[in-house]
Design a protein. Structure first.
Length: 114
């Protein structure tokens, strides 16, 4: 059943997880992915001197390291108005057709990228 903002409940959940990951450490962006078993993984931007990952790359890495072989959907929350190519490539490595929800800091979905 769709949520009030038009998102399916499971998609609203990954947007909420992405917002929480971002807020937890005040990161530039937060992201979450859902695998085909229904498990969700969330992460924030990693900006270390020796390691840089977008939030979505970090969420995909968390899913892969937990054994996920495929993704159903992903969400990115932040200030960006478009999804960067490296983040989208990380999702497409596992699931070429998976939708990526791009949302603003309040969680309003701006676009769905495939």
């Amino acid at each position: 059943m769709p949520e009030p903002d038009g998102l399916a409940a499971e998609d609203a959940k990954i947007v909420t997880l992405a917002r929480a990951a971002r807020a937890r450490i005040g990161a530039a962006e937060g992201a979450a992915v859902r695998d085909t078993d229904g498990r969700s993984y969330a992460a924030a931007t990693v900006a270390l001197p020796s390691l840089r990952l977008t939030a979505l790359q970090a969420a995909v890495a968390a899913a892969v390291s937990a054994g996920a072989a495929d993704l159903e959907a992903a969400a990115v929350v932040g200030q960006a108005t478009e999804l960067d190519a490296a983040s989208l490539a990380a999702v497409h490595d596992l699931a070429p057709g998976a939708p990526v929800l791009l949302a603003d800091a309040a969680g309003a979905v701006l676009a769905v990228v495939r």
